[in-house]
Write a protein that binds this ligand. Structure first.
Ligand SMILES: *Cc1c(COP(=O)(O)O)cnc(C)c1O
Length: 471
């Protein structure tokens, strides 16, 4: 499979190339040159496969010829072996015709582990063949950083420096990052907010000599390999519920549009996905777009679902490319306009196509607390804020679709990850799973730094060089 940029001005690359590059040089996102289409009887043969086998089967067409299916299977078996549930991504029935797809049984208790655990191994595999070493830099408001650190600690070919805003992540999130004492991991607490951290990362990438010197790379959600690694669990759920001989619909609590894009992808690959619902908190740019073609940037408000506190959904550009008939010139023009005006001028026909398939459901914090309470009282199911928004979007689908369509809501984090919100809603703090039970006693290690590019670059350089020298 070759990958092209949504803006059409970057050199096409193979899977290994897009894995390493992340963002395309023209500022666009890499997408497959053609989507693999799987026939119904092919899908039927995949029913009952275990998760790693299904993952390898479905990622294989995207990874060829860089990585073959047997290699992918070995990496996937290893990636998902440490998950806390034998099904990896279990499907839990919470009501008639409503299912939660639990994506939070990985080491850091959020859905990002599903892709990141595989990504870490893909990096090592590709770099191991070339003998290169890369420095991964990233900014996090919590979940991405911890998932990246858990996936990349002790990998031999990568150094990792993660910037988080000092004092602005939850304690569980911070400790999941700072208690990983592997020598290739560096945590930098920046005096500033998440946007400052993200700007520092962008500035490091824009500093060409620095980028070359340290061979910088990224694992944020615009990396195509992360989207690819999220496709299997939607197929896993759909097949378990009777697809391709039964229609399904997915509801996904959405921030950067990465997770729901993978749900859209299984539809593009031939599964009968009737509808997709996007759950949002008050940072509702996508819901406003779907309701009234209003894709306009507003200031980000902190909420009880911090992993969805975003102003712009970067991965939407990949859907836009498809909605515009893969016209990269128009994507480029629209994205340039978006950057200068803060409002995305999506053509009416494209908006109508999007809003026929996708719907948006918005819950503010008060509605989230009420939804958690109501769900628990009615069904006994304990959902944290992100998952509760997903399930509320699922309820919306259930109310609007015929009863034969199976509705699946993505449950994206473990309730123990957001104990304050759970206590507020239900009056108790869900316990951490056994593997993390001593998280609050573990030693933490991190450095603090001012919001200053020179100082941060010096820290990242020192970290990478220390590891590059053989012991
Ligand atoms: C990252 C995250 C989301 C949002 O996913 P996107 O792919 O950015 O849309 C939702 N819930 C949780 C718990 C997350 O960590």
């Amino acid at each position: 499979m070759r990958y092209v940029s949504t803006r059409g001005e970057a050199e096409p690359r193979d899977f290994a190339g897009v894995l390493m590059a992340g963002l395309a040089e023209d500022g666009g996102l890499f997408v497959p040159e053609a989507w693999p289409l799987i026939a119904a009887d092919q899908w039927r043969t995949m029913r009952g496969l275990d998760y790693p086998t299904l993952a390898a089967r479905l990622i294989a067409p995207f990874a060829a010829p860089s990585i073959d299916e047997p290699t992918l299977l070995g990496l996937a078996r290893d990636a998902y072996a440490g998950f806390g549930h034998p099904a990896v991504a279990p499907l839990v029935q919470i009501d008639r015709n409503l299912f939660a797809l639990e994506l939070f049984h990985g080491p850091t208790l959020a859905f990002k582990d599903m892709a990141m655990q595989l990504l870490g191994r893909l990096f090592d595999h590709v770099l191991g063949e070339s003998g290169a070493r890369v420095t991964i830099v990233g900014a996090t408001s919590g979940d991405t950083g911890s998932a990246a650190i858990a996936a990349l600690c002790d990998r031999t070919c990568v150094d990792v420096a993660i910037l988080h805003p000092q004092g602005r992540t939850s304690e569980v999130q911070r400790r999941q990052m700072t208690t990983v004492l592997a020598s290739n991991i560096s945590n930098i607490a920046v005096t500033g907010n998440f946007d400052d951290c993200q700007d520092l990362v962008k500035a490091m990438f824009a500093d060409a000599p620095f980028r070359r010197e340290l061979n910088l790379s990224a694992v944020n959600s615009i990396n195509w390999a992360r989207v690819a690694a999220q496709i299997p669990y939607y197929a896993y759920a759909a097949l378990a519920l009777g697809a391709p001989d039964r229609e399904v619909a997915f509801a996904v609590p959405t921030g950067n549009f990465g997770n729901v894009l993978a749900a859209w992808a299984v539809r593009r690959m031939g599964l009968p996905v009737r509808a997709l619902a996007i759950g949002a908190n008050v940072n509702d740019i996508l819901a406003r777009f779907l309701a009234a073609n209003d894709m306009s940037i507003r200031a980000v408000t902190p909420s009880l679902s911090p992993s969805m506190d975003i102003g712009v959904s970067s991965n939407f550009e990949r859907l836009l490319f498809e909605l515009l008939g893969r016209d990269a010139g128009r994507v480029r023009q629209i994205m340039t306009g978006f950057r200068t005006t803060g409002r995305m001028a999506v053509p009416d026909a494209a908006w109508r196509e999007a809003s026929a398939l996708f719907s948006g459901v918005t819950l503010d914090d008060e509605a989230v607390i009420a939804a958690i309470r109501e769900l628990h009282a009615r069904t006994g199911y304990v959902a944290e804020p992100h998952s509760a928004i997903g399930i509320a979007a699922g309820e919306h689908l259930r109310a609007t679709l015929p009863p034969e369509v199976a509705v699946v809501a993505a449950a994206t984090a473990h309730p123990a990850k957001f104990p304050d919100a759970m206590e507020r809603a239900l009056g108790f703090r869900p316990p951490l799973p056994a593997a993390l039970a001593d998280l609050y006693e573990r030693e933490e290690r991190y450095v603090t730094a001012d919001n200053d590019l020179g100082a941060i670059e010096a820290l990242v350089r020192a970290h990478a060089l220390r590891n590059a020298v053989p012991a």
